[in-house]
Design a protein around this ligand. Structure first.
Ligand code: 4AD
Ligand code: MG
Length: 439
């Protein structure tokens, strides 16, 4: 049989009399390959230095394994130690806590869990593009540096080259005005939807939210489709189809890694994904959701009342306990939503929608946009926004305005939902959270 080559990192080494076993993994899949090195094989003498974490280059023959636990193994003809790792290598075979692994974020991709998470992340990123490209959505790269606060929540990171008091002379700053890292590509995305009809963005997003929770990061990746000639109904339909497609893709293309999550992270992962694929999501208007919460007999930490935002505990009650299903809540009170959402005929609510899923709460936020010039101006006045700051956005309502709608899906929250990994810090390669920008 032809010789084969394996290059990877040693997970474990076991020595017996006259031969040694190496388990080598190169990250291409969850399982490593067992290598048998007989005494006398070139390189056998360096095996004592092949500790866990060392990189090796093996050539040999693939043969049916005599041991249990693997079908095939490599009978080494030659072993080369490429890079030694001594016994201080922090990632030893024993199980480590997730907290510890976060402190070695540069090495944790070599662990089973993080290999599985980041292979899944990569495949799902491809699935996102496939989903939209198959539907002829155009991928638009919206800017990362921006002057406009899309969400109006005042959670933007300032970008400046000024020293000292940066508010003194903003006109002498790099861009001649205050500039920030974007919280959403939506506003720029709308301009492209009002030209190319169906578009999407997929890029990094930044929020200076000082909330140290398991589902907030200061830097995360968001997917934002925007559709011209589309209303809230069409928007909710796309959001649902999108999440279903992502669950289906994971089932089809990440089965090994999902099986690992099912064993070590979240027993219910396969049932949950199949449920999501098979069953329609629930839909409920905001005012009914409030009634459900009021009648729940639960004492929540945060108050429940018409006109108040749904908190994570409320969202999770609705999706995990009441509906036991993903649920889309729509038509929120205008007071608690951004200026760009379309006012409903009741003049109290706007065409907002949030998709809530078990274990996470909100995974998608979206809306139909206000396409009527006068109404948009009125919304901006209410939100104390100056029209001249958004003149180009307002122009879209002046020249060939169309009903349009879109949403934003937090990619890390989707990954948490699909894998069962319960902290956002563990589904992004290098997490940025308040007080932490290491690596
Ligand atoms: O609900 P959000 O704020 O909506 C928007 O930004 C709209 N402009 C989207 C649109 O209509 N095009 O954010 C959208 C999603 C949330 O549902 C959540 O999944 C995620 O982005 N998200 C975060 N993910 C991680 N960390 C944070 N700090 C997040 N903030 C929002
Ligand atoms: Mg939201």
């Amino acid at each position: 049989m032809d010789s084969i080559t394996v290059k990877g990192w040693v997970r474990t080494r076991r020595d017996a009399k006259g031969f040694s076993f190496l388990e080598v993994n190169d990250g291409s899949c969850l399982h490593g390959v067992q290598v048998v090195v007989d005494a006398g094989v070139p390189g056998y003498d360096i095996l004592p230095r092949c500790h866990t974490g060392s990189s090796v280059h093996i050539t040999g023959r693939l043969v049916p394994s005599q041991g249990s636990g693997q079908k095939w193994e490599i009978q080494a003809a030659r072993v080369e130690l490429v890079g030694e790792a001594d016994t201080s290598y922090p990632l030893q075979k024993k199980g480590h806590t997730l907290e510890f692994l976060r402190t070695i974020a540069h090495l944790r991709p070599r662990s089973n869990l993080f290999g599985a998470v980041f292979r899944t992340r990569s495949r799902l990123a491809f699935a996102v593009h496939r989903f939209f490209q198959e539907r002829d959505f155009v991928y638009v790269h919206t800017p990362i540096i921006t002057a406009s606060d899309c969400e109006g929540a005042g959670e933007m990171f300032r970008v400046t080259t000024l020293k000292g008091n940066i508010d003194e002379k903003p006109e002498s700053d790099f861009f001649g005005r205050p500039a920030f890292l974007t919280v959403s590509g939506q506003l720029e995305g709308e301009t492209f939807a009002c030209a190319l009809s169906n578009i999407y963005t997929f890029g990094p997003t930044f929020r200076a939210e000082n909330s140290n929770t398991a589902r907030h990061a200061a830097e995360f990746w968001m997917i934002e489709p925007e559709m011209a000639f589309c209303d809230l109904q069409g928007d909710m339909d796309l959001a649902e189809a999108f999440i279903k497609a992502m669950a289906q893709y994971a089932l089809e293309h990440c089965a090994d890694d999902l099986a690992f999550f099912a064993r070590f992270v979240d027993k219910g992962v396969f049932d949950r994904l199949r449920f999501v694929v098979e069953r329609p999501f629930e839909r409920v208007p905001y005012d009914q959701a409030i009634e459900i919460l009021k009648k729940s007999g639960r004492t929540f930490e945060y108050a429940v009342d018409y006109g108040l935002n749904l908190q994570s505990e409320h969202e999770r009650y609705l999706t995990e306990e009441h509906f036991k299903s993903p649920v889309t809540v729509f038509n929120y009170p205008r007071e608690i939503k951004p200026f760009y959402m379309r006012l409903n005929d009741d003049e109290r609510t706007v065409t907002a929608m949030d998709v809530l899923v078990p274990g996470i709460g909100e995974v998608i936020g979206g809306s139909q946009r206000e396409e009527r010039l006068e109404q948009l101006r009125e919304n901006m006045r209410r939100h104390h926004l100056r029209e001249e700051d958004y003149w180009w956005y307002v122009d879209l309502r002046r020249y060939g305005s169309v009903p349009h709608a879109g949403f934003g899906l937090g990619f890390e929250r989707l990954l948490m939902f699909l894998t069962g990994v319960s902290n956002i810090r563990d589904v992004i390669p290098f997490a940025r959270t308040p007080g932490n920008a290491d690596f």
